[in-house]
Design a protein around this ligand. Sequence first.
Ligand code: HEM
Length: 132
Amino acid sequence: MAVPIQHKSPAARAVQAWFNPLKRSAGFLAFVLMRITGIGLVVYLLIHMVVIGNLLRGPAGWDSLIQTMKSPWVLALDVVLIAGILIHMLNGLRVTIIGLGFGTQSHKGIFWTLMAVAVLLLAYSAWLVFTK
Ligand code: HEM
């Protein structure tokens, strides 16, 4: 029996396109990544200060904290943090360079090249985090 062709309404197609990152320009992706990583880094900074506050609990409190930090799920969060740092730092340098008027014609190529660099550095960092 023939399978009926599903025709999506224009509204359904628009919603699908909105959530599909491949339908977005490199500039939009860069903007979203910059905002998510920027806010993520600020949140991390706040959490980091609270965690460092454990020093006030003395050596015993600190030792137990270090044990928690060595658990696989915290190490995985470290990798997420490094991903955010790499994306924000490299894209931030791109925004700064483009803002100064350099490479404006090839900003998309620069974006994808830097993101490829980020992926390579992240893979190396993840290997270091889980093996060293
Ligand atoms: C090497 C380090 C960094 C570089 C080169 C960098 C660069 C930049 C640039 C150029 C922007 C403006 C983006 C735009 O207008 O399109 C920006 C935005 C921002 N940065 Fe950074 N940044 C760095 C580190 C950080 C750190 C450590 C934090 C947080 C603790 C941070 C938080 C933010 C936030 C919240 C924004 C606003 C994001 C937005 O408006 O979408 N940045 N950064």
